[in-house]
Design a protein around this ligand. Structure first.
Ligand SMILES: Cc1ncc(COP(=O)(O)O)c(C=O)c1O
Length: 388
C-alpha cells in the first residue's frame, strides 16, 4: 500500500529517465576498493590533473576576502567581459557581456537554455551516440529528443540532410557537441557551415574545445552568430568540482534566461567566479597546453593498446579524452561486458549503452589516468580476454 502511494507520487516525466549506468560501474568499483581491490578507473569523465595553481590561488584569495555572496544573476562583470573576449578571439563574433549568463556548471546552463527555448511536447534534434545526460535534460522539461545517427566511418559527421528529414513543426533546436563526448569527434568546418544553413536554432556545447590532438576545433559561432553557445570550466581547466559554466545567447533569449537563472539558481558562487576569471588569464593557457600534450601521449597508448586487444577503433578520437571502441564481439550488452571487466580485471569502463542505442556494443575508455596505469589496465583486460 505504502509502495503504491509512493509510486503514484513520482512524475511520469521522471519515470522515463534511465539510470546513468556509468555511475553503477563507479559505485561497483568503489565497493571493490573498500574490500581492498586496486581498481583502475577509466570510466569517469575527468582528468587526474589538479586545478591549475593560479586558479586555486584566486579562488582561495576570494574566499579569504569574503567574496562568498550572491552576485549579479548574470555573473560578475569582469568574468563576463573575459568570456566575451574569449568568444571574440575564438569566433570573431563580438558579444556583449549582457548576452552571457554565468552558471553553476554547463549542466545548469543547459537546463535554462532548453527551458527558455522549448515548450512541453517540443522536439530537439541531437546525434546518436551523444553525451549521456542530453536526453534526460530534455525529458525533465517534457521535451522529446529526436536522434540523427552518426557513424565512425564518416568521422561522426552530422548529415544536414538527415537533420532536415528529422525536422517537424515541433522541432525547436539542433544540439551539437564538438569535440564530442563519447566519440572524441571534431566536426569539420565544412560540416559546421552546412549545419549553419539549416533553418533551426543551434545549441552548441563546446565544453571540450581546446582539448584537441590535431587541428583545432572551430566554434559554431564562427558560422552562425545566433548560436546558443554552452561552455564551461570543468574540462579545460580541471575544475569539475568547482561547478562553473556559461551560456552565450542571442539577445532575444536573454530575458527568459536571466529570469530562469534568478529564480532557479540566483547566481553562481562568487568566489568560484573569481577563480574562473583567473582561469581565462593568458598564463593559465600554458597549463592547458601542457595537459593536452600529456593527454596526447595517453591517447596514443590507449588507441594502440585497444587495437592490440582486438577492439574496433574505426575513427581515432580528435578531441576530448575518450576512446569509444567497438567491443561488440565480446557480447551484445555493453553493461554486462563492463560488469565482467570490472569484476574479473578490476578495470572500470563506461558501457556504450549510456550514450544512446547506437552506442550499444561499444565501451568508452577515458584516457584520464597516467600512461602506466592505462597500460596496466590494458594488460589486465588482455589477460581476461584470453579466457573470455
Ligand atoms: C558534453 C558534456 N557537456 C556538459 C557536461 C557537464 O559539464 P559541467 O561539469 O560543466 O556541468 C559534460 C560532463 O561530462 C559533458 O561531457
Amino acid at each position: 500500500m505504502g509502495d503504491e502511494r509512493g509510486a503514484a507520487r513520482v512524475s511520469s516525466r521522471c519515470q522515463g529517465i534511465p539510470p546513468f549506468y556509468v555511475m553503477e560501474v563507479l559505485e561497483g568499483a568503489q565497493e571493490l576498493e573498500r574490500a581492498g581491490d586496486d581498481v583502475i578507473h577509466l570510466e569517469v569523465g575527468e582528468p587526474d590533473f589538479p586545478t591549475p595553481e593560479p586558479v586555486v590561488d584566486a579562488g582561495t584569495r576570494a574566499l579569504r576576502d569574503g567574496l562568498t555572496h550572491y552576485t549579479h544573476s548574470l555573473g560578475i562583470l569582469p568574468l563576463r567581459e573575459a568570456i566575451a573576449e574569449r568568444t571574440l578571439r575564438d569566433s570573431g563574433v563580438a558579444v556583449d557581456p549582457g548576452q552571457i549568463v554565468v552558471t553553476s556548471g554547463t549542466s545548469s546552463a543547459m537546463l535554462i537554455t532548453f527551458a527558455a527555448l522549448c515548450d512541453p511536447g517540443d522536439q530537439v534534434i541531437l546525434t546518436d551516440p551523444h553525451y549521456a545526460c542530453y536526453p534526460n535534460f530534455l525529458k525533465t522539461l517534457s521535451v522529446e529528443p529526436v536522434y540523427v545517427p552518426v557513424d565512425p566511418e564518416d568521422g561522426y559527421a552530422i548529415d544536414p540532410g538527415r537533420v532536415r528529414a528529422a525536422m517537424t513543426p515541433r522541432t525547436k533546436a539542433l544540439l551539437i557537441n564538438s569535440p564530442a563526448n563519447p566519440m572524441g569527434a571534431v566536426l569539420s568546418d565544412d560540416n559546421l557551415a552546412a549545419l549553419a544553413d539549416l533553418d533551426l536554432t543551434i545549441v552548441s556545447d563546446e565544453i571540450y574545445r581546446g582539448i584537441e590532438y590535431g587541428g583545432q576545433s572551430s566554434s559554431m559561432m564562427r558560422f552562425r552568430e545566433d548560436t546558443v553557445l554552452l561552455d564551461g570550466f570543468s574540462k579545460r581547466y580541471c575544475m569539475t568540482g568547482w561547478r562553473l559554466g556559461y551560456v552565450v545567447a542571442p539577445r532575444r533569449l536573454m530575458k527568459p534566461l536571466q529570469a530562469l537563472q534568478q529564480n532557479l539558481f540566483i547566481s553562481a558562487a562568487e568566489f568560484v567566479q573569481h577563480a574562473g576569471l583567473a582561469a581565462l588569464r593568458d598564463d593559465v593557457q600554458d597549463h592547458v597546453s601542457k595537459m593536452v600534450v600529456e593527454l596526447g601521449t595517453r591517447r596514443r597508448a590507449m588507441i594502440d593498446g585497444a587495437r592490440d586487444l582486438g577492439l574496433g577503433v574505426a575513427r581515432e578520437p580528435e578531441g576530448a579524452f575518450y576512446l569509444f571502441a567497438d567491443a561488440s564481439h565480446l557480447g551484445p550488452h555493453s553493461l554486462a561486458v563492463t560488469r565482467r571487466i570490472l569484476a574479473e580485471a578490476k578495470v572500470a569502463v563506461a558501457p556504450g549503452l549510456d550514450f544512446g542505442e547506437r552506442g550499444e556494443g561499444f565501451l568508452r575508455l577515458a584516457y584520464t589516468q597516467k600512461t602506466e596505469r592505462i597500460q596496466e589496465a590494458l594488460d589486465r583486460i588482455r589477460r581476461l580476454l584470453e579466457s573470455w
